[in-house]
Design a protein around this ligand. Structure first.
Ligand code: GLN
Length: 309
């Protein structure tokens, strides 16, 4: 009850930005184009397990790229840092999320937050777990959210049918031996992983699981080991908002990840998991209202990593 002010704060942010209409709903995956541009949810989960939510925080949407750090964490745990580093780098690309660009010399994708790197990570998980891989991913992400998650079959089919660019990226990766032979089932797994359904409240709890050293603060379940969380957050800090990551680090100053369906999660280490959902995106593929909400929260609560120096 004493944290009622957090509820008041997010209610205020919701009314401040509900009128913002700029941006476009993504429609390169046709099914995503059906999202209501008006939907707007905000949620915060604390490391003590309290959850605050406002607006359309119950509306379901697909994780898309927000799934990438969670899959990366699973790959780190399954293979160890060294093996993963042979397949994917840790440098910001400075390029769009769907760029068909690999590192010079190593031919690795730049990082696991752009599509090329995420497809590589998912291909490694497919190689290890085969047909069990999707269940493993769903189980892990469900543990992070604290409830059983499923996938949106329509979005999955829509991306699977139209994802030619990701297919091209995957075959380029095969050309450079970054992914194993079985490209099609690995891509299928990637499309399914992107189609996992959450609401804003789930996303705040997933984010709080990362802020809470890998332990879901609502259920108490240990979801990721500490080393994996440290690496997931580092990559989110430098690469999580695509080619807006530098600007984000400067203005907001906490690790974050966005997805093209309009979700944004931001992690305040040891304190808060923040999530926002609003499907209208800017030119870089980040939710316009999501950026507004997180920027204001960071300023009003002094959340920037270097605020306390
Ligand atoms: N599934 C989407 C894609 O591969 C994810 C991209 C995103 O959210 N930026 O294009």
């Amino acid at each position: 009850m004493e944290d009622r002010w957090l509820q008041t704060l997010i209610d205020g942010l919701h009314s401040r930005y509900a009128g913002v209409t700029k941006g476009e709903v993504a429609n390169y995956i046709p099914e995503l184009g059906k999202a209501s541009p008006d939907h707007f949810g905000i949620a915060i989960a604390t490391s003590a397990g309290q959850v605050f939510e406002t607006g359309n925080s119950d509306t379901l949407f697909t994780l898309q790229s927000v799934s990438k750090p969670f899959a990366f964490g699973m790959a780190l745990e399954a293979f160890g840092e060294e093996k993963v580093a042979r397949h994917v780098g840790v440098e910001p690309s400075g390029d769009s999320f769907n760029s068909i660009e690999l590192e010079k010399v190593t031919n690795r994708p730049f990082n696991p937050m752009v599509n090329a790197g995420a497809i590589t990570v998912t291909a490694l998980l497919y190689q290890k777990y085969g047909d069990q891989a999707m269940d493993r991913i769903l189980t892990r992400l469900s543990a992070a959210a604290g409830r059983d998650l499923g996938i949106d079959e329509d979005v999955y089919r829509s991306e699977s049918k139209t994802g030619h660019r990701n297919r091209a990226i995957a075959y380029l990766l095969l050309n450079f031996d970054m992914v194993p032979e079985e490209v099609e089932p690995a891509l299928d797994l990637y499309f399914k992983q992107c189609s996992i359904l959450v609401n804003t409240r789930d996303l705040a709890i997933m984010s709080a699981t990362l802020c809470n050293l890998g332990k879901n603060p609502v259920t108490g379940e240990e979801v990721y080991d500490l080393d994996a969380v440290r690496n997931m957050l580092s990559i989110m800090f430098t690469c999580g908002m695509y080619d807006y990551s530098g600007e984000w680090a400067y203005r907001v100053g906490v690790p974050a990840k966005s997805g093209v369906s309009g979700g944004v999660m931001a992690v305040v280490n040891r304190q808060l998991g923040i999530a926002s959902y609003s499907p209208k995106l800017d030119a870089k593929g980040n939710s316009c209202r999501g950026i507004n909400v997180c920027t204001d929260l960071a300023q009003e609560l002094g959340l920037h990593t270097f605020d306390c120096m």
